[in-house]
Design a binder for this molecule. Structure first.
Ligand code: KIV
Length: 284
């Protein structure tokens, strides 16, 4: 069992100062959170990607606050010590600063999160500032922001051209000034990620498919362990093909039941002869 101390913001900033990369994965359920706790993953994101990875939706848009609270709670139980970030789902913060604060508060109070994450740049800086002013650590998310996938024209690289890249640099500055403790850069060119990572002073940068020069790395758990059947994005490396192992196991299970090879005596419980005789007598 892991016996590490609870991960805190000072601990994370100390890692950044020592140039030690921060480890981060998404997670949505208790048993996986237990495994991630044992692996001493620094930060866990309960992403609204759970709409796609766990619930089979085509996008993250239908995910609700109740979904996020339920899954974050389960992850908190499985991983008491990781720095747990609850993702704010679509329309849980966009309408107003007050909506953003109330919903961020739910993830903290009801699910036991340590922080929240919201998508968007300068246009969301007032939501970020309001959440942070309420005493809730918050992470920004720039580049490919899945809640805006329709406006962005699909799941594609962002900030390839100089003008679009400049906007991402300005957005990062706005989020840092609003008090974000960290910013996730998803699917932007490696040089842009490096440049922003070198320029921030009061927050640290996490890369998802944005190259090696951020302060830490994030992967979607289902992509990294072969558990998402629809596609595998190029940015993800499969560290272990759990999906294949499970599928082989399922076929074996079906085979053994069909062939009457399962269960075996070690898989069931008997009844003493005298009790069984008594049962038959009572039934007669
Ligand atoms: O929901 C999520 O998992 C995310 C990642 C794509 C970063 O926001």
């Amino acid at each position: 069992m892991s016996e590490r101390k609870k991960v805190s913001l000072p601990y994370l900033f100390k890692k950044v100062a020592k140039d030690e990369p921060i480890t981060m994965l998404t997670c949505y359920d208790y048993p996986t959170a237990h495994f991630q706790e044992q692996a001493e993953i620094d930060m866990i994101l309960v992403g609204d990607s759970l709409g796609m990875t766990m619930l089979g939706y085509e996008s993250t848009l239908p995910v609700t606050m109740d979904d996020m609270v339920r899954h974050s709670k389960a992850v908190r139980i499985g991983s008491p010590n990781a720095w747990l970030i609850g993702d704010m789902p679509y329309m849980s913060y966009q309408p107003s600063v007050e909506t953003a604060i109330l919903n961020a508060g739910r993830l903290m109070a009801e699910a036991g999160c340590d922080a929240v994450k919201l998508e968007g740049g300068a246009e969301m800086a007032d939501r970020m500032a309001g959440i942070v002013a309420s005493g809730i650590p918050a992470m920004g998310h720039l580049g490919l922001t899945p809640q805006s996938v329709s406006a962005l024209g699909g799941f594609r690289l962002q900030g390839k051209g100089a003008l679009q890249a400049k906007k991402i640099v300005d957005d990062a500055k706005a989020l840092e000034q609003a008090g974000a403790f960290s910013i996730l850069l998803e699917l932007v060119p490696d040089r842009l990620c490096k440049l922003i990572s070198e320029r921030v002073e009061n927050c640290f940068i996490i890369s998802l498919g944005s190259g090696p020069d951020a302060h830490g790395q994030l992967l979607i758990y289902h992509d990294a362990f072969g558990l998402y059947p629809r596609f595998k994005p190029r940015m993800a490396k499969v560290f272990a093909d759990a999906g294949k192992i499970i599928q082989d196991g399922l076929k074996q299970y079906a085979h053994e039941v069909t062939q009457r090879k399962f269960p075996q005596p070690e898989n069931w419980f008997g009844m003493p002869d005298d009790e069984y005789e008594e049962l038959l007598r009572i039934l007669d």
